[in-house]
Design a protein around this ligand. Structure first.
Ligand code: BEZ
Ligand code: FE
Length: 242
């Protein structure tokens, strides 16, 4: 009975913590691995298409659209980052006009929505469009790992299991184009200490990217970035809509 009462109270508190801004039940599903299980069963890729991973709670709709090359790091903080690549189909054909919705945490591991009044609104997020050759490119800042919200029932569960609350550093993307399946995904930095212990089990080997250190004043100037900077090339491959 004691265990049953604890379970009922735990689930009741989980519901009571959920608001428009905080969905403790989804976080519970994420940290128990259920979100990734459902996501993986539903998004099987067999022809080298970009794999998907969890959406998470920090995506917001209606963010600014930018031209390629724009800088989404509005406060200029953090290690400068150049992100570029292409969007193609599984046969290698460039997809023009694909939308790339990106969002990420800053160098301290916080999203703009967690630091209202500290970070500018819409810091480190925005929507880009691939050009005629399927290319996209933008400027940003190297992200840091961060803890998921652990001041509620999910935190109690993690503590009871002696688990850490951290997510390894990543950039989120939702990539969509007419006639193709939308992919919700991340790219992970390769050197993050939490890569093997993601609190929500969202890491897939195919999503770990190479973020190169670049020390080249000419290349920095061409990209309107300070030197040195980091650079990551990431090519998205979309599946045809079924
Ligand atoms: C995120 O990556 O933003 C995230 C994903 C799942 C739970 C919490 C945060
Ligand atoms: Fe995230």
């Amino acid at each position: 009975m004691e265990e049953w009462t604890y379970g009922v109270n735990f689930l009741t508190r989980t519901g009571q913590l959920s608001t428009d801004w905080r969905q403790e039940f989804i976080l519970l599903s994420d940290t128990l691995g259920i979100s990734m299980l459902v996501e993986t069963l539903n998004n099987h890729k067999s022809h080298g298409e970009t794999e998907s991973t969890v959406l998470g709670p920090f995506h917001i709709a209606n963010v600014p659209h930018f031209d390629n090359g724009a800088n989404i790091c509005l406060d200029g903080k953090g290690e400068p980052l150049w992100v570029h690549g292409t969007v193609r189909n599984a046969k290698g054909k460039a997809i023009a006009g694909a939308k790339l919705d990106v969002w990420q945490a800053n160098e301290d591991g916080f999203y703009d929505v967690q630091q209202k009044g500290v970070q500018p609104e819409n810091n480190l997020r925005g929507i880009f469009t691939s050009d005629k050759m399927g290319r996209y490119f933008f400027r940003s800042a190297y992200p840091r790992f961060y803890p998921i919200p652990y001041d509620g029932t999910v935190g109690d569960m993690l503590k009871a299991l002696d688990r850490n609350p951290n997510r390894p550093a990543h950039l989120h993307f939702i990539v969509s184009a007419p006639g193709y399946e939308t992919v919700i995904t991340h790219i992970f930095t390769p050197d993050c200490p939490w890569l093997k212990e993601d609190a929500v089990f969202g890491v897939k080997q195919s999503l770990i990217a190479d973020f190169k250190h670049v020390n080249n004043p000419k290349q920095a100037a061409e990209r309107s970035l300070p030197n040195p900077f980091r650079s990551v090339e990431w090519n998205f491959i979309l599946s045809k809509e079924k």
